[in-house]
Design a protein. Structure first.
Ligand SMILES: NC(=O)c1ccc[n+]([C@@H]2O[C@H](COP(=O)([O-])OP(=O)(O)OC[C@H]3O[C@@H](n4cnc5c(N)ncnc54)[C@H](OP(=O)(O)O)[C@@H]3O)[C@@H](O)[C@H]2O)c1
Length: 398
């Protein structure tokens, strides 16, 4: 019986995980649940699961009286304590955004198995996360479907045997749109994802393809292969989740219906494929074919190339890219900048950063805060397509 802490229990991945755990009461017991603001939903979950304690990221308003009478903790420090709590063996980090970094480091530092959905942790704090993993002796299992696919294909083989990783992308709701139409995109349009039902931040990231850039950085960190050997291809039906080509020319792919329950099951049950009859029906070559692939339209979705370039440049760039992108998404959802202006906010922000190596979590927090400050003020000027690459000192040196 594994005791599970579900961080971000009120979100899309958190709900998917609880759905999986509900079907496996003999395997898992939920001991910790967290939410940020959604106290009523957290209260309802606590009543159902009766965990050892719950954490709310922000203090509830005066007069809030929960129905669940157990232990309530409040604030970001409590969230990190929850990630390292001796009352959980396995931590699912399903938080959204940079707020996930502290809990990721805390869980790995305490030697937990970490099922990681929060890709922003790896983008902003990659080297620190790997250090916490090796020093804490924990285990890191990706929940992002593409990375779960790679992890399953690798089956423990070393990075040296990998020739190439190909991550698939659905292409988002604007995959086929002519560039001219994007100026009129409203948040409601961008929130309509063709294949995945997800939280709002990742849904917008999928529409801009910033999500795929974050995933390239995530793959580089997790699997330790150079950027030039990580490809991205658009696959509109999201059946093939990724492909790993080995150095002898053999390629393995992982396939399945687009449901987050499959990678969640893998991360929770690893190394076993758990018996779960209620998950989506498996791949059916007739029903699910033909499997189609097309290149990424990098000229139409400039945040993809900008994000990958930020990862390649390293140092402060990925931290700043992640922070600027989070702020740009918030501003877009608040109606302050248009869809086509998102990349302008991010590219403007990146101009103030360098490839200087990052030494500590304090460094990461400082860079994150500075990038957010710039991105909040950056004018949402339409990005010129010709500026769709991050100019880096490495490129200048070459
Ligand atoms: N959704 C998917 O299918 C999917 C697929 C692959 C990867 N991912 C990744 O998984 C992560 C979660 O995505 P999601 O779609 O599940 O997000 P979501 O639906 O927005 O849920 C986010 C969860 O985190 C909590 N939260 C938000 N801001 C927080 C903060 N500052 N501090 C602490 N907790 C906070 C939320 O609490 P409240 O409800 O109280 O706000 C909620 O429980 C993201 O990194 C995403 O990229 C998601």
């Amino acid at each position: 019986m594994k005791r599970v802490a579900v961080l971000g229990a009120t979100g899309s991945v958190g709900a998917g995980a609880l759905e999986v755990i509900r079907r496996h009461p003999d395997r898992f017991r939920v001991t910790v649940l967290t939410a940020h603001r959604n106290r009523e939903a957290l209260d309802a979950l606590a009543l159902e699961w009766d965990p050892e304690f719950v954490v709310l990221g922000t203090p509830p308003p005066h007069g809030f009286t929960p129905r669940w009478s157990g232990e309530w903790r409040v604030g970001p420090d409590a969230l990190e304590d929850a990630a390292r709590s001796p009352r959980a063996d396995l931590v699912l980090n399903a938080l959204v955004g940079f707020a996930g970094l502290g809990p990721t480091l805390a869980a790995l530092g305490a030697g937990k198995r970490l099922a990681l959905a929060n890709k922003e942790s790896l983008v902003a704090g990659g080297a620190l996360v790997l250090r916490a993993l090796s020093e804490g002796g924990g285990e890191l299992l990706p929940v992002d479907s593409e990375h779960s696919a790679v992890h399953q294909c690798l089956a423990g083989r070393p990075a040296a045997e990998i020739a190439r990783i190909t991550l698939t992308a659905s292409g988002g709701p604007f995959r086929t749109w002519p560039a001219e139409r994007l100026a009129a995109v409203r948040p409601a349009d961008a929130l309509r994802h063709p294949t995945w039902a997800m939280g709002s931040k990742i849904t917008i990231d999928s529409a801009t393809l910033a999500n795929k850039a974050l995933e390239v950085i995530e793959a580089q960190t997790l699997f330790g292969i150079p950027y030039e050997r990580i490809d991205v291809v658009v696959h509109p039906t999201s059946i093939v989740h990724s492909v790993v080509e080995f150095r002898d020319g053999s390629s393995l792919a992982q396939l399945g219906r687009p449901s987050m329950e499959i990678p969640i099951l893998w991360a929770l049950g690893y190394p076993e494929h758990l018996d779960d009859a209620r998950v989506e029906p498996g791949f059916d070559p007739i029903r699910d074919g033909p499997l189609e692939f097309e290149p990424v339209r990098e000229d139409v979705f400039p945040l993809f190339r900008a994000g990958v370039a930020a990862g390649e440049a390293g140092g402060e760039f990925p931290v700043a890219f992640n922070a600027a992108n989070e702020v740009a998404v918030e501003r877009f959802l608040a109606g302050q900048v248009g869809f086509e202006e998102l990349s302008g906010v991010v590219l403007r922000t990146l101009e103030g950063f360098s490839s200087r190596a990052i030494e500590s979590v304090e460094d990461v927090r400082r860079i994150d805060a500075r990038a957010r400050g710039i991105a909040r003020e950056a004018p949402g000027a339409r990005s010129r397509r010709s500026r769709n690459r991050v100019s880096t000192s490495r490129e200048t040196n070459e």
